[in-house]
Write a protein that binds this ligand. Structure first.
Ligand code: ASP
Ligand code: MG
Length: 410
């Protein structure tokens, strides 16, 4: 008998009608003879509503209590869904994260799962029950409630699938799969039938919002076949899986775009050993995540040092670098948040030269100035002025024929 994990996001359980529709969907899977574990998010908007309440009570609410508060959103949906299942004659039991010992570390608000008590869930499944689990939450070793970060129910679902060795983890959401790029920017964007873990990881890291990045990491590590599909309309969705070398692979799978990055430049830095460490050490000590880094070739013993960070951290970062600038004898630190990062991702890049050149040529023909470039084996990212983000995405989607299924053997 096969085991499915089905995860339904906030919009999929956003109303009583939607919860009933999810129950029907789950009943259909159970009716086909699958064992089913369901993971649900809070009803759409609920987590934000709870966070706003916390902000009304306290200007800087304690992280432990935020987790106690926001974890209630998912407790509501597991109960309602289990009732809806019971109402249509499907045996179901709901559990909070703590009840099935989804054990995490103690970092409130972004906890990591360490282990899961699979035996408990198994015994329910063996009794013919659907098991409905609250996403996004766990407990630490002292039984404090923890949460996994925004979008964390995806990670709960994948972790359940890994722990119980499920045949597939299905992430039901409000889009019907992973697209070549955001269809709101490019109407010709195409749903992908399949994509590799690696590509999905790069796309999520580069701004594609479909899945929480940690869930993709987890799925890749434990080789959990992951499928993104719509809970609103039927369809095969997108399968995220390992690379099948015998299959044709697209040269480029997708284009991601982020608008929430900022650039920090330290100018006039004396070009001597240790400057990268002095600057970035201070930034990472403040838990600010650095993405791209560029150090220019120095002239007259001076150089510029530029890097990108989430734009929400820009003010904090500039403030913490002021004393560092003074210490180093650099001239100034400046920030710029009018930045977009555009990334091309595809495993086909490994074996095909010239993709970067084609990308740069296409952008230059539109007069778009590239500020920074970074590459990995299967990704090329550039930063450009925010104003040109949509034009760049549309141009590249066309240049690489992403509206057509063009495949190459890699
Ligand atoms: N309810 C949480 C959030 O809104 C977790 C999730 O939906 O995955 O981020
Ligand atoms: Mg989500």
């Amino acid at each position: 008998m096969s085991l499915l994990v089905e995860k339904y996001g906030g919009t999929s359980v956003g109303s009583v009608e939607r919860i009933r529709a999810v129950a029907e969907n789950v009943a259909a899977s159970a009716g086909q003879g699958h064992q089913v574990i369901v993971v649900v998010s809070a009803m759409s908007g609920e987590t934000n509503r709870l966070l706003a309440l916390a902000d009304e009570v306290h200007k800087d609410p304690p992280a432990r209590e935020i987790d106690v508060l926001v974890s209630t959103g998912e407790q509501v949906t597991i109960a309602l869904l289990s009732m809806a299942l019971d109402d249509i004659g499907v045996k179901a039991r709901s559990y909070t994260g703590g009840q099935i010992r989804i054990l995490t570390d103690d970092i409130h608000g972004r906890a990591r799962i360490q282990s899961i008590d699979a035996a408990k869930v198994k015994s329910d499944l063996d009794k013919g029950r659907v098991v409905v689990i609250a996403g996004f939450q766990g407990v630490d070793s002292l039984n404090n409630i923890t949460t996994l970060g925004r979008g964390g129910s995806d990670t709960t679902a994948v972790a359940m699938a890994a722990a119980l060795n499920a045949d597939e983890c299905r992430i039901y959401t409000d889009v019907d799969g992973v697209y070549t790029t955001d269809p709101r920017i490019v109407p010709e964007a195409r749903r992908l039938d399949r994509i590799t873990f690696e590509e999905m990881l790069e796309l999520s890291g580069a701004g594609a919002k479909v899945l929480q990045i940690r869930s993709v990491e987890f799925a890749g590590k434990y080789n959990v076949p992951l499928r993104v599909l719509s809970s609103f309309k039927p369809g095969p969705g997108t399968l995220i899986t390992y690379e099948d070398k015998s299959m044709e692979q697209p040269l480029i799978s997708g284009i991601a775009c982020t608008l929430d990055e900022a650039k920090v430049t330290v100018r006039g830095v004396p070009d001597r050993p240790g400057i990268a460490y002095s600057i970035l050490g201070a930034v990472s000590d403040a838990h600010v995540i650095v993405d791209m880094i560029v150090q220019n070739i120095g002239s007259d013993g001076m150089t510029d040092f530029t890097f990108t960070i989430p734009s929400t951290d820009l003010q904090k970062c500039i403030a913490l670098l002021d004393p560092v600038v003074e210490q180093l004898g650099a001239s100034e630190v400046v920030g710029d948040s009018d930045l977009a990062k555009i990334s091309l991702v595809g495993v086909g890049m490994r074996s095909h030269a010239g993709i970067a050149t084609t990308m740069f040529e296409a952008l230059s023909e539109k007069g778009i100035n590239i500020q920074m470039i970074s590459t990995s084996e299967i990704k090329i990212s550039v930063t450009i002025d925010k104003e040109y983000a949509e034009l760049a995405v549309r141009t590249l989607h066309k240049t690489f024929d992403l509206e057509e299924t063009t495949s190459v053997v890699v």
